[in-house]
Design a protein around this ligand. Structure first.
Ligand SMILES: O=C(O)CCC(=O)CC(=O)O
Length: 261
């Protein structure tokens, strides 16, 4: 088990692959932990150094009291990169992980050399939407929202065809500590990275599942246009195309890595 303490908070991470391999760092989404990348990673080229981590309140990382702020989540990624001595990072961020990636790339252009934005945007949702969600979780727990969340995460083909997998994703979501989930909702609610993302000059590629109900393709495309990113739609996928269409996502990331070598 790989862990590190930053300001008394334990961050759980995995650092795999050759030390001198090209560094690809992954940031996962709200209500998922670093296992969200499990199907994708074996399909990526050999020889990469793959670093993934559980953001606070998710997976095995500590769960500080809410609220969290986006710049704190960005600082965790930055601290981990410095702790591991990572350089020339390609950051792949899914949803809130993509907000973290945008913030990290803007803050540390000396560390981040390329960015993949997966089902994410410079600003996700509205304050009202996130307040409603936070209040609902405080009242009824994540379980009370699990059905509509899973409908946004997965397209019907996967939802109806993979009952055992769906049960596992539901468990991952509902076993997320409410405090950690709420803390991250509040960080997303307060984050508008439009101006810093517009100012990015590094290579960026963006993608979105065609049936993403959380960050719909038009929203992701608008952020792609802000930072001159290539934009791809993944057919038959919801909010987590790395789970539903790992081969398609792996091919896009592999081509992007080659183009930005
Ligand atoms: O997935 C994220 O990180 C935030 C976007 C969201 O609202 C996800 C969901 O629908 O639960």
């Amino acid at each position: 088990m790989q862990t590190v303490l930053f300001d008394q908070m334990m961050l759980h991470f995995r650092d795999e692959g050759p030390r001198d391999g090209r560094v690809v760092m992954f940031g996962n989404s709200l209500g998922t932990d670093l296992r969200v990348w499990d199907l994708l990673l074996p399909l990526l080229p050999q020889g990469l150094r793959i670093v993934r981590f559980d953001k606070p309140g998710h997976g095995l990382s500590d769960c500080p009291e809410a609220p969290y702020a986006m710049d704190e989540l960005v600082r965790d990624a930055e601290n981990l990169a410095e702790h591991l001595g990572l350089k020339d990072i390609t950051f792949v961020g899914l949803s809130i992980g993509g907000l973290i990636g945008q913030g990290f790339a803007a803050k540390r252009p000396d560390l981040v050399k390329a960015l993949v934005l997966m089902d994410t945007a410079a600003q996700i949702g509205t304050n009202d939407m996130w307040n409603t969600r936070v209040n609902a979780v405080r009242k009824g727990g994540i379980e009370s929202l699990a059905d509509p969340i899973l409908e946004r995460w997965f397209a019907p083909t996967y939802r109806n065809g993979q009952p055992a997998q769906m049960a596992a994703w539901r468990n991952m979501l509902t076993r997320t500590p409410a405090e950690g989930y709420i803390g991250c909702c509040q960080a997303i609610a307060a984050a508008d990275l439009t101006e810093s993302t517009r100012a990015l000059t590094l290579p960026v590629m963006a993608m979105a599942g065609d049936q993403d109900g959380s960050t719909p393709p038009a929203l992701v495309q608008a952020t792609a246009e802000l930072c001159n990113a290539a934009f791809h739609i993944i057919e038959d996928a919801g909010h987590l195309p790395c789970v539903e269409q790992p081969e398609v996502v792996a091919k896009l990331i592999t081509e992007f890595l080659e183009a930005t070598a």
